[in-house]
Design a protein around this ligand. Structure first.
Ligand code: 13P
Ligand code: SF4
Length: 360
């Protein structure tokens, strides 16, 4: 590590609890679920559509995607899968930036989402006009944005990064003497800055799910389970990351549970990921890392409220109606695709599988 230069911008773009919708998980009985699954399977064939789901979505959606030739993965891998699949329609069960990234990379395909209100606190905390004005004030800095941003913000960026490639990309840019703007996640930015020593100006946004993990609670849980390995997503605060045995992207955390010898893991990320972890490693014991608040007083309760907006009912509805199609202005798309392609090329050159086995 070299000398650090990190500056957090003064204005706070984090959402207040009042701006975060409640996490509402779809409630269906077994018969409704079975009927909807059968109906969606028929619609997917009729519509020449493939379902691509994020790890944080409901278990039913993940299972349906896998049972119908679709895919379950992290955000960019979902988009890459979209470029390889031959269906004319992609249905993206995830949050809006994932649907947009799929559309940016696959403009010829119809991209539908179960709910277009499925947002992300990082994306919401990075309004394009303010972000553009900020970048314009620092023309000497390269702009690196996290995948969790709108198409318009990506269009203003030089690079797009995922948690899986962020360290390597920033190390590469810093070695070339580049100074950076990093947006929107202050925690991931601070972690990357601390590890790389790069000169970074950090946008002041955060993920409402990961920001809620608490260092003091984690210390106590570790003391109660000294045998457990601690897995942390780097959108978490630095004092939580400091206690991790492994810091990584969603794919890296799944891989860790499957491959590491420990039988108990304390996991600091959205608890939707536990489904895939448990599927691949049914004998492992998974404990949720403690969060701020309990019951009615927690903001997201370790499950992203926007991911939870995806369900079997609205999935069936969009396939029936063709509603909720992602549309992106072509001029914006042409600019946004460049930093995404740059990321993919960088990863390929490094012979790193960013999309699929991405380790932070
Ligand atoms: P991935 O890019 O690893 O899928 O993570 C997306 C996300 O929203 C994490 O909170
Ligand atoms: Fe955004 Fe956080 Fe939800 Fe991921 S978990 S989509 S970063 S709000």
């Amino acid at each position: 590590m070299t000398a650090a230069t990190a500056e957090l911008i003064r204005k706070d773009y984090r959402l207040t609890p009042a701006q975060v919708p409640p996490t509402v998980v779809e409630d269906l009985d077994a018969a409704e679920k079975a009927a909807l699954v059968a109906h969606i399977k028929r619609l997917l064939v009729e519509q020449d559509a493939t379902l691509v789901a994020h790890y944080y979505t409901a278990a039913e959606l993940q299972e349906l995607a896998e049972a119908t030739g679709g895919y379950v993965s992290d955000s960019l891998d979902m988009a890459r899968f979209g470029t390889e699949c031959t269906s004319s329609t992609l249905v993206v069960a995830g949050v809006r930036f994932m649907g947009e990234t799929a559309k940016i990379l696959n403009p010829e395909k119809r991209v539908l989402m179960p709910d277009l209100q499925a947002d992300c606190s990082l994306d919401l905390g990075c309004p394009v006009d303010e972000f553009t004005a900020f970048c314009d004030q620092h023309p000497e800095r390269s702009v690196v944005v996290y995948a969790n941003t709108s198409a318009a913000v990506k269009a203003r960026a030089d690079w797009v990064a995922t948690s899986g490639i962020a360290l390597e990309l920033v190390r590469h840019l810093a070695a070339q003497g580049e100074k950076l703007i990093w947006a929107p996640d202050r925690h991931l930015g601070a972690y990357v800055q601390r590890e790389t020593g790069a000169d970074m100006l950090l946008w002041n946004g955060a993920c409402v799910v990961h920001e809620a993990f608490k260092a003091d609670g984690l210390e106590k849980l570790r003391a109660a389970h000294p045998e457990a390995m601690v897995l942390v997503h780097p959108e978490s605060p630095l004092d939580v990351i400091a206690q991790a045995d492994l810091v990584g992207s969603t794919t890296a955390l799944v891989k860790a549970v499957r491959e590491l010898p420990a039988t108990t893991f304390i996991v600091a990320t959205d608890n939707g990921l536990f489904h895939k972890m448990q599927q691949l490693a049914p004998d492992k014991i998974l404990l949720e890392a403690p969060i701020a608040g309990k019951g009615a007083t927690c903001v997201s309760c370790a499950h992203c409220p926007w991911m939870a907006m995806n369900g079997l009912r609205n999935l069936a509805q969009v396939l029936e109606s063709g509603a909720n199609e992602i549309m992106i202005d072509e001029a914006v798309r042409e600019r946004a695709v460049r930093p995404i392609r740059r990321l993919l090329d960088f990863a390929r050159q490094r012979q790193q599988v960013v999309l699929g086995n991405n380790d932070a």
